[in-house]
Design a protein around this ligand. Structure first.
Ligand code: CUK
Ligand code: CUA
Length: 679
């Protein structure tokens, strides 16, 4: 089963870089495809009805296939036990998937127009009609690169209330309320214009963490690249979350200036490491690229050093700095200057090998696991050792910006050789950690030491690997980044699917593979392949579905989902009011009509059109559209929406319901009559 091929030690940077760039698919495909053995195909399974065995034979299924089918098949009417929230990558959305069936339950419109949910086509609740749009330093944005969803936590465990997601490309965060699975808030970073170590939450969701990635001049300013070391910087932002309001409060938020390395993923400490945030970095070389001018390209320039810096950020110390008023302000946002972060004990570094990507804190919070893309080990740090080294000033020096570097051997707990291209780590309740191996196309299972749970194999050992298909990025275990992981299931989010699905053209789906991790030992097989043909999920989080307290219909008729209260002005009956050139349309929608059905305006008039869906029946959603006006909405039971537009186009526009809501759905229609201004 093992995909390990006897590779030991360092094979030289250039060949690893090459492998990293191209993956190892070519040389591993055949090997993987044969795995499981053809001999077992069609073998009858004892005790199964004859017709079942006939299907097994006709479809050429192995006993393992049958076991996988039984483990994942979810009969009609049965619910999934877990719910997975996956980022949508550059689709800008969040995808919701049930486990173990791997059925797509819905997408959540976050940053990108999405017509089914009526997001972005004239309705106020869409991200494109919020305050501050266009956001500072950006044009009006209609896409995003979402990477890391984060469920809200209470005492380090998912509480099922909120979900956060970042936009790497534009340094934005969004807040989703899990009572209705809709996006409520979009915040934009006023100091930097990209992020990556984001979103992560602190154990009680006091803060939503946003680490920048590519260094830029702070404040969204210009500076030439030859001023890189002087003027470019990284940033770690702590967005204060107000749980009662369900909103991030920018006025209570702050950020910490970081050196111009490229900070990567981050994770919040918990229990033993509560009060700390850890973040990787690469390009501590501070390479500035320029292949066209004969400079080393970024991929080489940023990979020269054997070690980069794990950032250990004491945000309780940072809070104190902020409370003491020792912040600067950049574009109205509080930023702790780098020198202050150093002098006040907010920021420490520890060496980490080499071009790291993932950093993950274990369930008990003592261990911080780092994977270097170009190093075959995971490196484990211990929080007690970090705290001790800080207290004793056990430094091996300072970086060029004065940041103290904790002595590596003083803070390192263990290194475990697990395979090539390690990226991201998750945990289970058997004492195992799992790390994705991008280059080996595999998931490694290895044993933790002195953690909340103890693996039977003892501490810090590679236990086994399972091949996945192919180029795995993140992995997500059930509640696998909380204080209380479930394990049982793990999803490998594979970037390439190559030979797994019917060819639908040169743009291939992602392959989300479900692994059964419920038993100890070296066997934790793939039991389902889910093609995802509309997104590139990076990270995902998997939560027990019974933690959700989601509404079936909105609590009251006339509900405003953006403020999550009943709107005072929601129409309860049809009416049209006119005041000069302003027309206000109050409309209700109920199976199977709108009221009013005739809306007559003059060309050029300003129309404010508010609709309430009067339904109290689960799933009785109505749609609404005004063709030619690019106006479209979804009205869930009880919801009220407001649409504002100028009636620029003369003509007759049948507005209608978009959801086949009843037998007389096609009759759920009306006419907008726009009389020409010249009449
Ligand atoms: S990243 Cu994509 S595979 Cu943005 Cu978390 Cu590692
Ligand atoms: Cu309402 Cu169709």
């Amino acid at each position: 089963m093992s995909q390990r091929n006897g590779w030991h030690g360092w094979v030289g940077m250039s060949s690893v870089l090459l492998c990293l760039a191209i993956g190892l698919i070519g040389c591993r495909r055949g090997e993987i495809a044969d795995e499981g053995g053809d001999a077992a195909r069609g073998t009858p399974v004892a005790g199964l009805p004859e017709d079942a065995n006939q299907i097994i034979q006709e479809r050429g299924l192995t006993p393992d296939d049958v076991a996988a089918a039984v483990a994942t098949y979810t009969p009609s009417g049965k619910m999934d036990e877990y719910i997975m929230f996956a980022s949508g990558g550059h689709s800008g959305q969040v995808l919701v998937i049930g486990l173990p069936s791997m059925r797509l339950l819905r997408s959540i419109a976050v940053f990108t127009p999405e017509p089914w949910q009526g997001a972005g086509f004239g309705v106020r609740e869409s991200p494109f009609h919020t305050e501050g749009d266009p956001p500072i330093g950006r044009k009006h944005l209609t896409w995003a690169d979402t990477h890391h969803p984060a469920l809200s936590e209470t005492n380090g465990d998912y509480d099922g209330q909120f979900l956060f997601i970042n936009d790497k490309a534009n340094a934005r965060l969004a807040v989703i309320d899990l009572r209705d699975f809709e996006t409520k808030q979009w915040v934009v970073n006023p100091v930097v214009n990209n992020n990556h170590g984001s979103t992560m939450v602190t154990p009680n969701t006091d803060y939503v963490v946003e680490g920048s990635q590519y260094a830029v001049p702070l404040g969204l300013k210009y500076a030439p690249l030859d001023k890189y070391q002087e003027q470019y910087r990284g940033l770690m932002t702590f967005w204060k979350f107000d749980r009662a309001k369900g909103r991030i409060d920018p006025a209570q938020s702050f950020a910490i200036e970081l050196p111009p390395y490229w900070q990567d993923l981050a994770d919040s400490g918990k229990i033993a490491s509560d009060g700390w945030v850890f973040q990787n970095s690469f390009n501590t070389e501070m390479a500035t690229g320029g292949i066209e001018s004969g400079n080393p390209p970024f991929e080489a320039g940023a990979s020269q050093r054997d070690m980069d810096y794990l950032h250990a950020i004491n945000y309780r110390a940072a809070e104190k700095v902020v409370a003491d008023g020792k912040c600067a302000e950049i574009n109205g946002f509080r930023v702790i200057p780098l020198a202050t972060a150093v002098s006040e004990g907010v920021l420490y570094f520890a060496a980490e090998p080499k071009s790291p990507h993932g950093v993950d804190v274990c369930p008990c919070g003592k261990h911080i696991v780092v994977s270097g893309k170009l190093d075959p080990h995971v490196t484990v740090y211990h929080i007690d050792k970090i705290k001790e080294a800080v207290a004793k000033k056990d430094f091996e020096g300072n970086d060029p910006f004065g940041v103290p570097i904790l002595r590596f051997d003083a803070v390192k707990e263990a290194q475990v050789e697990i395979g090539l291209g390690p990226l991201h780590t998750q945990f289970d309740a058997q004492g195992y950690a799992y790390t994705s191996l991008f280059l080996d196309n595999a998931v490694a299972r290895w044993s933790m030491g002195d953690c909340k749970y103890k693996a039977p194999e003892g501490a810090w050992k590679l236990v086994g690997t399972t091949p996945v298909h192919y180029n795995v990025g993140h992995i997500s275990a059930a509640e696998g980044d909380t204080v209380d992981p479930d394990g049982r299931f793990l999803v490998a989010l594979n970037k390439w699917s190559v030979d797994r699905f019917v060819n639908t053209g040169p743009l291939l789906p992602q392959n989300l593979q479900l692994l059964d991790t419920s038993r100890p030992g070296d066997r934790f097989p793939v039991i389902y392949d889910m093609p995802l043909g509309n997104a590139e999920p990076h990270y995902a989080q998997i939560m027990k579905a019974d933690k959700l307290k989601t509404w079936e219909v909105y609590p009251d008729v006339g509900w405003d989902p953006l403020s999550q209260v009943k709107s005072e002005t929601a129409p309860m009956k049809g009416a049209i009011r006119r005041n000069g050139d302003a027309v206000e349309v109050d409309m209700i929608a109920i199976r199977s009509h709108f009221e009013p059905e005739h809306v007559q305006v003059r060309q050029g008039q300003k129309v404010k059109w508010t609709i309430t869906n009067m339904e109290r029946t689960i799933d009785a959603t109505h749609g609404f559209c005004i063709p030619s006006y690019n106006i479209e909405a979804s009205l869930e039971p009880g919801e009220t929406v407001t649409i504002e537009f100028v009636a620029e186009k003369e003509g007759v526009f049948p507005f209608y319901c978009l959801e086949f809501c009843s037998a007389l759905h096609l009759e759920m229609v009306g006419y907008l009559l726009v009389e020409p201004a010249s009449n």
